[in-house]
Design a protein around this ligand. Structure first.
Ligand code: AMP
Length: 281
């Protein structure tokens, strides 16, 4: 096992990375830490496709529209470094808030429909914060490829739009969702669930994976929505949204069609913890 190089400032990062920039393909995995196998699958994919892998860990304040959510977000630096070392990640960038935002970032992005619906609507300002931090990180790391998880499906589409809008010469690689044994999508937020909430959370993948057979049985999307609402109510969940959308444009749609690919996206609160998942049809 090699040790993972650590950079906490942009100068340190450049000192460690510059020697690799000319001859190596650089893979980049931006994260907010509290790493799990889902994150590590992105590191592994980067290691397969590139010859130098950089992971960043930064809990980005500008993408949290809820201050309490930012405060309670898990921070587990020592454990993260251990996992990155085991995964043979080459370099980890661990900047401070001041390093990333020496001045307030006043940029306002517009991604058309992509940032107005779903989490864009439910978490005002969230994707603007994501675009701010990811564009800064792309400018600093200058990767060849960057790896993102499809668990955050809307984020992947927005990052692809960001790369186009700002002319980044970076290939965005979308990676599959890693799940726990009971189907729950791995997430740093799962660690915040208590034992009974964690058990209840398995209802999300159970219901989501039942959708294809409900469609085959002739259910309309509205009937599925009603079915979900009833189940969630009975289990004391608070459903934030369950929506059907065009998988490319994220335009919200009312019912199933064979004309183009669609996706079902869900966000719900289990206790105080907000979880998301999706199912490509
Ligand atoms: P986060 O630390 O939550 O900002 O996530 C960092 C990256 O890991 C994002 O691209 C996420 O989509 C990705 N990610 C998080 N959870 C999973 C998962 N269960 N499977 C695959 N990728 C994931």
């Amino acid at each position: 096992m090699r040790s993972v190089k650590i950079a906490r400032t942009i100068i340190e990062l450049n000192t460690l990375l510059n020697q690799y920039r000319i001859s190596s393909t650089i893979g980049f995995v931006p994260t907010m830490g509290a790493l799990h196998q889902g994150h590590l699958s992105l590191i592994n994919e980067s290691k397969m496709q590139c010859n130098f892998t950089v992971c960043s860990i930064f809990v980005n304040p500008t993408q949290f529209n809820d201050k309490k959510d930012l405060e309670r977000y898990p921070r587990t630096e020592d454990e993260d470094l251990k996992l990155l070392k085991e995964a043979n990640c080459d370099l980890v960038f661990l900047p401070s808030v001041l390093e990333m935002y020496p001045e307030p970032d006043k940029r306002v992005f517009d991604f058309g429909t992509l940032d107005k619906v779903l989490d864009g609507e439910a978490r005002p300002g969230h994707f603007n914060g994501v675009a701010q931090i990811v564009s800064k990180l792309f400018d600093i790391v200058k990767p060849t490829k960057a790896f993102f998880g499809l668990k955050d499906y809307q984020q992947v589409l927005i990052i692809k739009a960001l790369v186009k809008q700002l002319n980044f010469n970076i290939e965005i690689i979308a990676c599959p969702i890693l799940r726990e044994k009971d189907g729950l999508a791995m997430s740093s937020r799962n660690a915040l669930l208590n034992v009974s909430e964690r058990k209840l959370a398995a209802l999300i993948p159970q219901l989501m994976s039942s959708i294809p057979s409900l469609i085959t049985a002739g259910y309309s999307f509205n009937r599925i929505l009603l079915h979900f609402e009833t189940k969630f109510l009975a289990n004391g969940y608070n459903l934030d949204y369950l929506k059907l959308a065009n998988a490319q444009t994220l335009q919200i749609e009312n019912d199933f069609t064979d004309n183009h690919q669609q996706i079902v996206l869900i966000a719900c609160f289990v206790g105080k913890i907000r979880l998301i998942d999706n199912l490509l049809l």
